[in-house]
Design a binder for this molecule. Structure first.
Ligand code: FMN
Ligand code: FE2
Ligand code: FE2
Length: 383
C-alpha cells in the first residue's frame, strides 16, 4: 500500500452484486477489504464475502510470498466479511483466528463449527507482530455488537471495520468519497450515532495517519474532512443547509404543489432537492433527508392512509433515528385528506422534529391560493 510498505491490500471488488445486504442498490459494485501486515509475524486483517473467497485467497497468497500467516484478525462477523474465515483456516491451519468472545460465539452460530485455533482478545489487548503492534478496541454496534477495530502503532493505521466504509468497488472509485459514504453511513450505521460517537471519543486518544475500512478506499493524508463528516453524521446534525422535498402521489397534483414550494424556496435562495419516492432509490432519499436541515413530506391520501411508499419511507427514517429537523407537510385527498395528520403524528414522535404549523392541503387539484400557502410554509421553514 502506498506509504505503508509492510501493509498490503488483499481485498476484492464485487462488480456483479445487485443488492448489498439484500436491499441496497450498488450500481458501482462493492469492495470487501482485507489487508496483510508483513512483519516477523504476519497478520491478515479480515476476510471477505462468499462470492469472492477464491480471489481473496489468491491475493493473500501473493502478498505472503511463500510465507505462512500467523493470525487472521476478525473485526466483524457479518457474512460479507466472515464468509471466508473457514476457507482461510483450512488453507492455513497453523494461523490463529483473533477475535473477541462475541465474534467466536457468532462464528459458531453462523457456520456451525468451532475454530480449532483461536486467540481471544478483549478491550485494550495488544498483539505484537515485530515492529508492528495491534491494539484492539471494542466498537459495539458500529455496526453489530461484536465489532472491534484495531490500531496499528508503528504506521499509525486504524483498521476501522465498517466505520468509514462506503458503497462502490475500488475499480469504480471517484474523487467524491462523501456521496456514497453518506448513503452507506445513514442506511447501514445511521441508527447507531451514539455508538459511533463513543468510538470517535475513544479514537481521539490515538494518532491516526490512515484509516483502512472494510469497504471503500483507504483514507490517508488529511483525515480532518472524513472525521468531521463522521462527527456531523453521528451527532445527527445537518451537514448542509437546504430543503429536501419527497413527494408521492397518483395523478401529479401533489407533485405540482411540491414543485410550487420548490420554486418559492429557491426564489428565496434556498437549496432544494426534490424526489419522487415511487421512482427514486429510497436509500438515496433517506441519505438526503438526513443530509439537509429541512424535509418536506408531500403525499396523497390513499384508502384513508398515507400513500404507501411515503409511509414506508417515514418508517425507514424512524428506524434510523431521524431527528433534529424542520419539517413541512403537503397533503392531498379528494374527499377526506388524512395523509397530513398521519404523517405529522409519525414524525412528531421523533426527537427534535419540528413540524411547521402551515400544512398545504390539496383537495384533488392544487388550491387557488397555492402561492400564498407556499409563501407561508416557506416563511416558517426559513424563519
Ligand atoms: C386507490 C385510491 C385510493 C384513494 N383513497 C382516498 C382516500 O381514502 N381519501 C381521500 O380523500 N382521497 C383518496 N383518493 C383520492 C386521492 O387522494 C386523489 O387521487 C388525489 O386527491 C389526487 O392527488 P394526486 O394527483 O396528487 O395523486 C384515493 C385515490 C386512489 C387512486
Ligand atoms: Fe456490517
Ligand atoms: Fe461490511
Amino acid at each position: 500500500m502506498k506509504d505503508f510498505k509492510d501493509i498490503v491490500y488483499v481485498g476484492v471488488d464485487d462488480t456483479e452484486l445487485d443488492l448489498f445486504e439484500g436491499q441496497y442498490k450498488v450500481p458501482d459494485g462493492m469492495s470487501y477489504n482485507s489487508y496483510v501486515i508483513l512483519d516477523k509475524k504476519i497478520a491478515v486483517m479480515d476476510a471477505v464475502d462468499k462470492s469472492c473467497i477464491a480471489r481473496w485467497l489468491d491475493n493473500v497468497a501473493l502478498a505472503l510470498q511463500g510465507r505462512e500467516p500467523d493470525f487472521l484478525v476478525i473485526s466483524h462477523m457479518e457474512p460479507d466479511h466472515s464468509a471466508g474465515i473457514a476457507a482461510f483456516a483450512a488453507k492455513y491451519p497453523s494461523a490463529a483466528v483473533v477475535g473477541n468472545t462475541k465474534i467466536f460465539d457468532m462464528f459458531r452460530n453462523f457456520y456451525g463449527v468451532e475454530l480449532p485455533n483461536k486467540v481471544l482478545v478483549k478491550e485494550g489487548d495488544t498483539l505484537l507482530l515485530g515492529e508492528h503492534e495491534l491494539t484492539f478496541l471494542a466498537a459495539p454496534m458500529v455496526h453489530w455488537p461484536e465489532v472491534m477495530v484495531s490500531y496499528e502503532k508503528k504506521d499509525k493505521v486504524l483498521f476501522s471495520a465498517d466505520a468509514f466504509g462506503k458503497f462502490g468497488a475500488l475499480c469504480n472509485e471517484t474523487d467524491d468519497w462523501a456521496c456514497e459514504a453518506r448513503r452507506y453511513y445513514f442506511n447501514i450505521v445511521g441508527k447507531y450515532g451514539v455508538q459511533v460517537q463513543a468510538l470517535m471519543k475513544k479514537l481521539a486518544a490515538y494518532d491516526i495517519a490512515a484509516i483502512c475500512p472494510l469497504h471503500g478506499p483507504v483514507l490517508s493524508g488529511d483525515l480532518g474532512e472524513y472525521l468531521s463528516l463522521y462527527d456531523t453524521w453521528s451527532k445527527y446534525e445537518a451537514e448542509s443547509v437546504g430543503t429536501f422535498i419527497a413527494y408521492a402521489c397518483v395523478y401529479g397534483n401533489t407533485k405540482q404543489a411540491a414543485y410550487a414550494l420548490k420554486d418559492e424556496l429557491e426564489s428565496r435562495g434556498e437549496k432544494v432537492v426534490i424526489t419522487d419516492l415511487a421512482r427514486c432509490d429510497l436509500a438515496e432519499a433517506l441519505e438526503d433527508a438526513f443530509r439537509y436541515d429541512k424535509t418536506v413530506f408531500a403525499a396523497t391520501t390513499l384508502d384513508g392512509g398515507i400513500f404507501p411508499v411515503m409511509e414506508e419511507f417515514i418508517r425507514h427514517l424512524k428506524a434510523k433515528n431521524y431527528q433534529n429537523k424542520k419539517v413541512g407537510i403537503i397533503e392531498n385527498g379528494s374527499w377526506a385528506p388524512m395523509s397530513g395528520k398521519l404523517m405529522r403524528a409519525l414524525l412528531e414522535e421523533q426527537k427534535n422534529v419540528k413540524v411547521m404549523d402551515t400544512v398545504i392541503t390539496c383537495r384533488s387539484a392544487v388550491p387557488g391560493d397555492i402561492r400564498e400557502l407556499c409563501a407561508a410554509l416557506a416563511d416558517e421553514l426559513l424563519g
